[in-house]
Ligand binder design. Structure first.
Ligand code: NAD
Ligand code: MG
Length: 385
């Protein structure tokens, strides 16, 4: 029997994870499901999979959760601390699918148990990569990359030849505005930005894909997960999202992982690892697809990608500042407070205005994150005024 916990169970990745578990529930016991405040979805999922525990991060939603689960015997809890406690219940396999830096402490709590942590929450690695990787090592936990690119790289990685990697090439769909000029991007609405051509995802990562900040965050994520230098990380735009990433070895061999753009494929890989499981996902039909296209990324039209590359190269506190400012800017864009192109401007300004020493500890990362959020928030107010 494998025990499973899903952090961020009501989101896009969380729902896909539940879908796989519910199709093949044998051998799986659900320990805990968590969400921010989506009580209805959380309670329904907890009932279906007979979870031991359901947790909302937002304490004002606890009464509704208790009512929704009354008489089921399913425990309930609320608050950020309760989410971490749920992560610490020691499930054999934990899906970390909370969005944003809110997922950082829960990821660390899950790693405490020294078990398998399937990592979708890229922001925790961007913001606190050294702290997270060190925690995984210290506790002997296994980090299983779920982000489709990183899962592809993980699948192409030959453990015996980890020191023979020449390059890792992340593929990028280019998002919904791949061919737009900067001028055309100026008036982009929230609805246009969240409508991704290939993937169905949560709002924040959809906007990140549209600005290509997502690929920048993924470069930093890859740097922490795999044994490469920043210079060994490349991005190529591949609009069909069929090749999910590639590893080039010193002999010139390039290994790629391919599949339909469905997150259930990498999630299933992480769930069954080191084995494999069946999924209902569409099979790849290359004859129908016909061709695969590639082009170099455009760092002028997609300044967020450039900012992330620079943050990765500079290291220290830069990735944490980039990540925090981006979260604030994207939230402001989603709330209709700033324009699409202002996202990159807010991130750039925050990086310009704040240059603290490199953080060594979680507390230092969190302090930098808080200050960067404050500065980005001030910059948002300037935009609105
Ligand atoms: P989503 O917005 O659909 O879901 C986020 C989940 O986190 C929800 O369950 C929500 O209730 C919970 N949550 C939000 N704020 C919280 C808080 N403050 N405290 C506790 N819980 C909170 O997001 P998603 O698209 O599923 O993405 C989740 C993570 O996975 C992100 O880091 C994203 O970058 C990454 N990811 C997503 C995809 C995808 O296809 N959706 C692909 C690769 C990586
Ligand atoms: Mg990805």
């Amino acid at each position: 029997m494998k025990t499973v916990t899903i952090l961020g169970a009501t989101g896009s990745v969380g729902t896909s994870t539940l879908d796989l578990i519910e199709r093949d529930p044998q051998g799986v016991e659900v320990v805990a499901l968590t969400a921010n405040c989506d009580v209805e979805r959380l309670a329904a999922a907890a009932r279906r999979v007979k979870a031991q525990l359901a947790v909302v991060a937002d304490e004002s939603c606890h009464a509704a959760l208790r009512d929704a689960l009354a008489g089921t015997g399913i425990e309930t809890a609320a608050g950020d601390g309760a989410v971490c406690d749920a992560a610490r219940r020691g499930a054999d396999w934990t899906m970390a699918a909370i969005v944003g830096t809110a997922g950082l402490k829960p990821v660390l709590a899950a790693l405490d148990g020294g078990k398998a942590v399937a990592l979708a929450n890229k922001e925790s690695l961007v913001s606190a990569g050294d702290v997270v990787m060190e925690a995984a090592r210290r506790h002997g936990a296994t980090l299983l990359p779920v982000d489709s690119e990183h899962n592809a790289i993980f699948q192409c990685l030959e453990q015996a030849n980890a020191d023979k990697i020449a390059r890792i090439i992340l593929t990028a769909s280019g998002g919904p505005f791949r061919t737009r000029t900067l001028e055309q991007m100026r008036g982009i609405t929230r609805e246009q930005a969240v409508a991704h051509p290939n993937w169905s995802m949560g709002a924040k990562i959809s906007v990140d894909s549209a600005t290509m900040m997502n690929k920048g965050l993924e470069l930093i994520e890859a740097y922490h997960l795999f044994p490469v230098t920043p210079e060994q990380l490349d991005v190529i735009v591949h609009r069909q999202s069929v090749i999910h990433s590639m590893v080039e070895y010193v002999d010139g061999s390039v290994l790629a992982q391919l599949g339909a753009p469905d997150m259930r494929v990498p999630i299933a890989h992480a769930l069954a690892w080191p084995q494999r499981m069946e999924t209902p996902c569409q099979r790849l039909d290359l004859a129908t697809i016909g061709r695969l296209d590639f082009e170099a990324p455009d760092y002028v039209r997609f300044p967020c990608l450039r900012l992330a590359r620079e943050a990765l190269a500079a290291g220290g506190a830069r990735p944490a500042i980039l990540n925090a400012a981006n979260e604030v800017a994207v939230a402001a864009f989603l709330a209709g407070r700033v324009g699409f192109l202002e996202i990159a401007a807010i991130v750039a300004d925050t990086l310009d205005r704040y240059d603290p020493a490199a953080p060594d500890t979680l507390d230092q990362v969190l302090a930098i994150d808080a200050e960067a959020r404050h500065l980005a928030g001030e910059r948002v107010k300037d935009c609105v005024a």
